[in-house]
Design a protein around this ligand. Structure first.
Ligand code: PMP
Length: 423
């Protein structure tokens, strides 16, 4: 479309080179509704790509709550306002009692930035351990703990990397012990350099970069270890949180543990930008006395209204159960479609958070980026959106909105079947 070409050109001229678009021939989306995105010609695409509009695009309850609040009052967070309190109460009610406070930001990066600051302030230590391939955001402090950004981001001695959890190389039953052993080694190395560990931060369903297998429970030994060593355990729930795994509301609940800090974002406002950190009160009490915290937009009345509507919709529409049920259907369907294929390896994930590995052959499990690219593009031509991720760009990441119904899941599976047949 010549109009799109000129828009791409205008976009590049003003936004510069760092803002990448998805797809070689980018999608120009003008409307979203439920699991569907629409382009200007009215063509629709099943959005199984992003977990922001987790309740479906433009969910009417969220739109209504945001519109009502925006038309009544929106301002910074220094006036007394009931919305933020009611929302914080509802949000904390989804968590273990030990997580008694929540502080709001606008992005997941800011949430992790704040979590690191609070953890360092409480422990009086500087060291942070993070898994390789992880992405936790890109503020100047958080970029250091986002190795998936690449080596061009300088990483100082206060950050140490350990291998990402990957059951392809470590049997599920041994993953917990392996992660804890890697963590112990990183702590020892850090100490040898004169730095004490303040925190270990990890996704509770490992999602960037690659969506690796994650037997429920395997994070527990590492979480116990970092605490025994005087550090804190930070769960990054930006991707798994808000019922996506179907098994629990929060990813950490699948591991039978209660983190010291929980960071959250993306689906929290179903597209309205909001994020936050839930914290054990004792961790933040000294920080609160010493430091001042102010975030102009974080937790503003409109954000609080959006967040509250999201929690209500997840509960009222039974979306956690739906994620489990339809996610199970989708996973089984993918398993059936790929069972006989030598070029499809591991299939994994929980709820509506699934991944499929494209490989050259199962035996070696070598990444097959060409096949993944073919499937992503073929699906797009047939109106289904997913992404390929991982260091080998061969892992199909499937994250449809939690409102996905069985009929829509079947549309997805039919499109995958065609893409595989054409490969
Ligand atoms: N943590 C994780 C696990 C993420 O996936 C992301 C975003 N991709 C972030 C943090 C950062 O969130 P934001 O882009 O809102 O800053």
């Amino acid at each position: 479309d010549p109009d799109d070409l000129s828009l791409i050109e205008r976009r590049g001229r003003v936004l510069g080179p760092a803002y990448r678009l998805f797809y070689q021939e980018p999608l120009h989306i003008t409307k979203g509704e439920g699991v569907w995105l629409y382009d200007g010609s009215g063509r629709k695409y099943l959005d199984a790509y992003n977990n922001v509009a987790s309740l479906g695009h433009c969910h009417p309850k969220v739109v209504e709550a945001v519109t009502r609040q925006l038309g009544t009052l929106n301002t910074h967070t220094r006036y007394l306002h009931e919305g933020i309190v009611t929302y914080a109460e509802s949000l904390l009610a989804t968590m273990p009692e030990s997580l008694g406070h929540v502080m709001f930001t606008c992005t997941g990066s800011e949430a992790n930035d704040l979590a690191l600051r609070v953890a360092r302030s409480y422990t009086g230590r500087q060291g942070v351990i993070v898994t390789k391939l992880a992405y936790h955001g890109l503020t100047e402090a958080v970029a250091e703990i986002s190795p998936s950004l690449g080596d061009f981001v300088p990483r100082g001695p206060r950050v140490r990397l350990i291998p990402a959890p990957n059951a392809l190389f470590v049997p599920p039953a041994e993953q917990g012990a392996k992660l804890a052993a890697d963590l112990a080694q990183a702590i020892a190395e850090m100490r040898a350099g004169g730095i004490e560990p303040a925190a270990f931060i990890v996704d509770t369903i490992f999602s960037s970069d690659g969506l690796y297998p994650d037997p429920a429970g395997f994070l527990k030994p590492a979480a116990d270890l970092i605490r025994a060593e005087g550090g804190l355990f930070i769960a990054d729930e930006v991707q798994p949180g808000f019922a996506r795994t179907g098994e629990a509301f929060w990813g950490f609940q699948r591991h039978g543990l209660s983190p010291d800090l929980v960071t959250m974002g993306k689906p929290m406002g179903n597209g309205f930008p909001m994020a936050g950190v839930a914290i054990r009160p004792e961790i933040v009490s000294e920080f609160g006395a010493k430091a001042r915290y102010f975030n102009t937009f974080g937790g503003n009345p409109v954000a609080a209204a959006a967040g509250l509507a999201v929690l209500q919709v997840i509960r009222d529409e039974g979306l956690q159960e739906n994620a489990r049920e339809v996610g199970g259907f989708l996973k089984q369907g993918l398993a059936d479609l790929t069972a006989e294929r030598e070029d499809i390896g591991h299939l994994r994930g929980a709820g509506l958070f699934l991944a499929v590995e494209c490989v050259t052959e199962r035996e070696t499990n070598a990444p097959n980026a060409a096949l993944a690219g073919h499937i992503v593009n073929h699906l797009r031509r047939n109106g289904v959106l997913i992404s390929a991720t991982g260091p080998g760009a061969n892992i199909l990441k499937i994250r449809p909105p939690l409102v996905l119904g069985r009929a829509e899941a079947q549309i997805f599976l039919d499109a995958v079947e065609m893409a595989l047949a054409a490969a």
